[in-house]
Write a protein that binds this ligand. Structure first.
Ligand SMILES: [Ca+2]
Ligand SMILES: [Ca+2]
Ligand SMILES: [Ca+2]
Ligand SMILES: [Ca+2]
Length: 358
């Protein structure tokens, strides 16, 4: 059900009015039960969800870290997806990102020993698109040096962005680093209707609910994996998918110019283990790291609502390994708590793979 993820910004009454199916309650509502706590800006579901071990979209990446100004001290971006923007905070749940820069004494916000802190919204000068109510800019974050200029860049998920009139299709903004930190001069705004990006923006896809940066082809330019947790495929709802954009000397690109062409992965992709089923939410969480030490980063994809046999919502994770041409399926893996050697056992609503740390 592609609309499930809308819960994070809907009223509890509406939630209860449509959440009647046992499957939803056990496998999907459970992860979001904390979302019912409040719709108040300062106690947004996305924040309170952390007590359950993850947050919507940010489950994979949490606060991002990277050296945005290239001074050798890592900096910290913090998503604030419930931030109200505009005069009188009139644009509610538009979302924002705070950035704190490192110094020899650690993070600081005064401009002492490092750049002054920053506050980004879609209404910040130079940033593409604009702040709209319920966009939830900052729901997910990922860092990487996408153009390999020695300064890390920041991907910002906006999973409830409308694309034209397509509600909650989702988008990702990318801000590039500079000697003075993140700046909007050459920022990008990606969605599934962007030129050359595979698939199509559809209502309630929630593109960019999760993000992970890694160098999947080891060309020195980091690449960006983008979760689309509520993607429908072939009439099957919310199976989930992952778009991958590869870096180039000019940053992320989807056309195959200066780097590999973009990819679109799901559990029905040729070679990917298991099968796309309704409400799996493949791509709910993402984690990138070099699991086999071949210098190419690999991608773990959380599928917290995956059924293992008849065990509903037990959860699983697919792992795709990097290669000289990018992510591929030749030695992919499908892990769950019933996998040989894995501790624990797959039980109803365990939600294995809800969050990934790498
Ligand atoms: Ca820095
Ligand atoms: Ca960069
Ligand atoms: Ca790369
Ligand atoms: Ca690897």
């Amino acid at each position: 059900m592609g609309e499930l993820i809308r819960f994070s910004k809907l009223q509890p009454g509406y939630l209860f009015s449509i959440l009647l199916g046992a499957q939803i309650l056990t496998a999907v509502l459970l992860p979001f039960h904390v979302a019912l706590a409040s719709e108040d800006d300062n106690s947004l579901a996305l924040d309170s969800a952390s007590s359950a071990g993850g947050t919507i979209g940010a489950a994979s990446s949490g606060p991002a870290y990277g050296d945005f100004n290239g001074d050798g001290k890592d900096d910290l971006a913090l998503g604030v997806p419930g931030e109200a923007v505009g005069t009188g905070d009139s644009i509610t749940f538009a979302g924002a990102v705070n950035v704190l820069y490192g110094s020899s004494t650690g993070l600081q916000a005064s401009g002492t020993g490092g750049p002054n802190d920053q506050f980004w919204t879609q209404d910040s000068a130079g940033l593409l698109d604009s702040a709209e109510a319920n966009d939830n800019f900052g729901s997910s974050l990922a860092t990487g040096d996408f153009n390999n200029d020695g300064r890390d860049d920041l991907g910002v998920g906006v999973p409830f962005e409308n694309i034209g009139s397509i509600q909650d299709a989702g988008a990702a903004s990318v801000l590039y680093g500079s000697s003075t930190g993140l700046q909007s001069g050459n920022d990008q705004f990606w969605n599934q209707d962007s030129s050359s990006v595979q698939d199509t923006a559809e209502a309630f896809d929630n593109f960019a609910n999760a993000l992970a940066g890694g160098d999947f082809n080891n060309d020195g330019r980091d690449d960006l994996a983008i979760g689309v947790q509520a993607e429908d495929l072939g009439g099957i709802e919310a199976v989930g998918a992952v778009n991958v954009l590869y870096g180039s000397s000019t940053g992320l690109q989807a056309s195959g110019t200066g780097g590999p062409d973009d990819q679109f992965w799901n559990q029905d992709s040729t070679g990917v283990l298991d099968t796309a089923e309704a409400n799996d939410q493949f791509g709910f969480a993402l984690g990138a790291a070099d699991f086999n030490g071949d210098d190419r980063d690999d991608l773990a994809v959380g599928i917290p609502s995956e059924a293992i046999g008849t065990i509903f919502g037990a959860g699983a994770a697919n792992v795709l390994y990097g290669s000289a041409t990018g992510l591929q399926t030749s030695n992919d893996q499908f892990w769950n708590q019933d996998s040989s050697g894995v501790l624990g056992s797959a039980d109803d609503s365990d939600n294995f793979g809800w969050a990934l740390g790498s």
